[in-house]
Design a protein around this ligand. Structure first.
Ligand SMILES: *Cc1c(COP(=O)(O)O)cnc(C)c1O
Length: 405
């Protein structure tokens, strides 16, 4: 950057620490203060913590990178027509996901609602206004496998549809009838269903039934963004605020052009529909696009290596304590990132995972880890800020050592 450009850059407003250190001559220019004028976190006495757990909704999932905040801040200063933001961002997002069309939704959950609504109504505004009263609709049933029929099915039933639960291929063929509107697949539940993607899609194509898939937390790997539409799913639903690190309130619906257009009829800015409360503001729409653009273009191999290195630092610190065992696994579908399990011989290390979790939480700095029913502490590093792996490693070693005394 030339000095003249640099000065112009600096005159644009407050900069973040990261932006300052990225440019030369920093010592020649007084660093603008990084501190917010009003620190709400402090003011309300909110506990912040090092997130060594993962992208959990109750932990506010992920942190938005500077590029996302720049998109949010810069777009917050002007009015823009809502549909124009959705159109333009949608085109860019569709291109990044190798899809025909896309829209930003209020999370993956709302992508499931709006996608289902679009399938039920098409471009018929009378039908849009009728939802969730779909009794009179020619098609109002959605087929779901038994192992996929939990939690998130509520997104679909919100539209008024009736879920029809199947287990085997035989059940599936029998369940299909003139009222079948849609076939729904929950990707993370693949191992809990008897029917796999390919067979599911073959039956759907044979009977000309649209398909929707929930891949909320299944990015990374980045290729999953286009894998399922290439496989033949008509609508794909993704969380924006998990590993992609967009706004936590945002998500993506993409796939067939006519279906995305129909889904938008049940979403803001239009009212008189079931999706009026599923609003994402223009800043979130653009922030979501910025996050996805950044995510798709980043060096995924390098990131994976960094995760492995961070996991190794924590693993080695834990293993130094006698009686402690560790294991590194990578979940094949959701939250596909290295995960460290720490367990111990309780006759040597006299504490429980729940107690250790509580002590890490109560320490300074506060650290969140997961502790599951299998009596282990579970750690991921993909939500750590640079350097935090060392703090986590030290604290875990400290607490395990203390419990061994
Ligand atoms: C997180 C999640 C959702 C909900 O996603 P939001 O973006 O929080 O709305 C839906 N399905 C699955 C499988 C998830 O993991």
């Amino acid at each position: 950057m030339k000095r003249r450009d640099l000065l112009k850059y600096f005159s644009l407003g407050p900069l973040t620490g990261a932006a300052i250190s990225a440019v030369p001559f920093k010592s020649a220019i007084a660093a603008p203060s990084n501190k917010p004028k009003r620190d709400m976190v402090k003011e309300l006495g909110l506990r912040t913590f090092i997130n060594a757990a993962g992208t959990y909704t109750f932990m506010t999932a992920s942190l938005m990178p500077d590029e996302v905040m720049e998109a949010i801040n810069s777009s917050s200063k002007e009015f823009i027509m809502y549909d124009e933001v959705q159109d333009k961002a949608g085109e860019k997002i569709a291109a990044l996901c190798h899809a025909e069309a896309a829209m930003v939704t209020a999370g993956c959950w709302s992508a499931l609602v709006l996608g289902t609504a679009g399938v039920l109504t098409g471009m018929d505004l009378e039908k849009v206004a009728q939802l969730p009263n779909v009794d009179s609709f020619e098609k109002n049933e959605v087929i779901v496998q038994k192992g996929h029929n939990h939690d998130y099915i509520h997104a679909l039933t919100n539209t008024g549809i009736k879920p029809v639960v199947v287990e085997t291929m035989d059940d599936l063929e029998k369940a299909i009838n003139a009222k079948t509107a849609l076939m729904y697949f929950l990707n993370e539940s693949t191992p809990h269903g008897k029917i796999l993607h390919k067979e599911w899609l073959e039956v759907a194509k044979k009977h000309n039934i649209p398909t929707i898939i929930d891949i909320a937390a299944d990015i990374p790997p980045v290729e999953n963004l286009w894998k399922y539409s290439e496989m033949g799913f008509d609508l794909i639903c993704v969380s924006g605020g998990k590993a992609i690190r967009g706004p936590q309130s945002a998500g993506l619906l993409y796939g067939k052009k006519d279906l995305v257009a129909a889904a938008r009829l049940s979403a803001p800015p239009r009212g008189g529909n079931i999706g009026r409360g599923m609003k994402v503001n223009k800043e979130e729409i653009l922030g979501m696009y910025a996050a996805l653009d950044r995510y798709v273009k980043q060096d995924h191999e390098k990131e994976w290596k960094e995760w492995e290195e961070k996991i190794a630092i924590i693993e080695n610190a834990a293993k130094k304590v006698k009686g402690v065992t560790t294991e590194v696994t990578v979940p094949p579908i959701a939250n596909h990132t290295p995960a460290l399990k720490i367990s111990w011989d309780t006759s040597v290390v006299k504490t429980t995972p729940k107690d250790l979790q509580a002590r890490l939480r109560e320490g300074n700095p506060s650290i969140e880890v997961m502790s599951f029913a299998d009596n282990t502490i579970n750690i991921t590093v993909f939500m750590l800020k640079p350097g935090q792996e060392k703090i986590v490693a030290t604290r875990i070693n400290e607490e395990l050592t203390k419990a061994s005394a």
